[in-house]
Design a protein around this ligand. Sequence first.
Ligand code: 16G
Ligand code: MG
Length: 555
Amino acid sequence: MEQGNQRSLLLRLASLFPCPPGLRLSYGTAGFRANGSLLKSTVFRVGVLAALRSLKTRAAIGLMITASHNPALDNGVKIADPHGGMMTQEWEPFADELANADSPDSVVQLIFDFVKKQDIPFGQGQTGEVILARDTRPSGETLLEAAKQGISAVAGVVSIDLGVLTTPQLHWMVRNKNKGLKATEFDYFSQLSDSFRILMDLMPEEAVDSAVDEKLVVDGSNGVGGEKLKELNKLLCGLDIQVRNSGKEGEGLLNERVGADFVQKEKVAPLGFSPIDVELRCASLDGDADRIVYFHVLPTGHISLVDGDKILSLFALFIKEQLNLLAGHPVKLGVVQTAYANGASTDYLKKLGLEVLFTKTGVKYLHERASEYDIGIYFEANGHGTILFSEEFLRWLEVRRSELASTKAGSEEQKASERLWAISSLVNQATGDAFSGLLLVEVILQYKRWSVKRWNELYEDLPSRQVKVKVKDRNAVVTENAETTVVTPKGLQEAINSEIAKYTQGRSFVRPSGTEDVIRVYAEASTQDAADSLAQSVANHVDFFLGCGCTTSKH
Ligand code: 16G
Ligand code: MG
């Protein structure tokens, strides 16, 4: 298409999606989020951006409409790059400018300037493809249509609408498609269930004979994860998952007192679970099924939470055991956490002999660091995480597997090689995935014949507390050292340090949220009262330094 025609097409379509007055958005930790009714112009523009990204990378790009654990009326949009991970951070400033441009003319101008600067083959016969999906939010369908319009404004790029999917399904499909692998939803379910079966078949006999008899019940957060998990369950051998809060009529609202975020932050059972469930092994997904936490209900109705740190520890322990069985390769195994990781988990991982790295909050940061290892395991305490295997390690493992199959078939060493291979195919390599995380937890618990209670005893969490402080401008807080040190405003870090010094095993940090207009405060100490009081005094300092004299509240 000629430049002039392309310009007028963009202008015409952009005019159909005016930006609501005063709307200012930032791509943030995981894309744009706001009340769904405000997002049509943003999603249209992100559609354009995704199409340009496809032209630039000459590969398929993913566009997901979701606001994860946020309330049902919110929505959001984020982009998956060709390898299936988050969009490159280099394009985030352009995404911000585009989303906040105040007129169709400025949208078009920004696009043409960016195309020139990035040397994007735009209007030169180059073709591209954007794969779209959404979660179950009421505004999802309309927003997906807006994204399609945005994509159609870029000549040569087509959209493929995959309807309702979990976020990790879409990321997985983008990655597979670009690698020339099978990439349908059926392929996704088959890969997970096949590798799960292989791992179950490789189980030591003692474990098969004494299965853990707790039943697994999963809280689907009334979102997309519940129904999808039911589909996956049909293909599983050796595990029967019951799903509650699957989003069916009458079961309640998306993320409303249900789901991984609620359970992890409130430390209470989600709706639909009660003390009659004490014998069950329970897990909660979040609204787009990229997070998972486990818990079991106590007779008092409280829960004992098994968070992302414990999932990470279980995975690290198992992978390390398998690697110990496998001679011949100095495997670089590392784990990545954020400052929210409970201090007891970090101590545990270090005692296992593992290298522990810290990054800022947000999957994109953890993923990047984890990919530097042969096997990199990353998790946030809130349940986002996965295990990454490097291409080089997998090439080595493939050779080793076939050597062992002919020289030591049936040995523990040979089985370890097969197990690691199956784990690399079970666990989503594109992003954290509640389903693959859940299946791997189930395999390991079965191997070890552990109940959730036994798993939870790997180490005892230090008591912790999170609170948030409303401030005039959250961007006034700038941090470094993976968010553990405040550099501005001056003096705040010293004030935090002086509070920490008053407590045994005290630790505290503050950071601006990437998804809400607040400053988050985290504190840890040897007792719950001490953690609560440390969090409150640090919150008071934040309020004093930045304050609007507003309230603080939990989380
Ligand atoms: C988003 C991030 C998550 C992070 C959370 C922090 C992704 C896919 N999700 O949900 O990793 O833990 O934000 O929220 O990156 P906050 O900045 O409001 O504390
Ligand atoms: Mg999520």
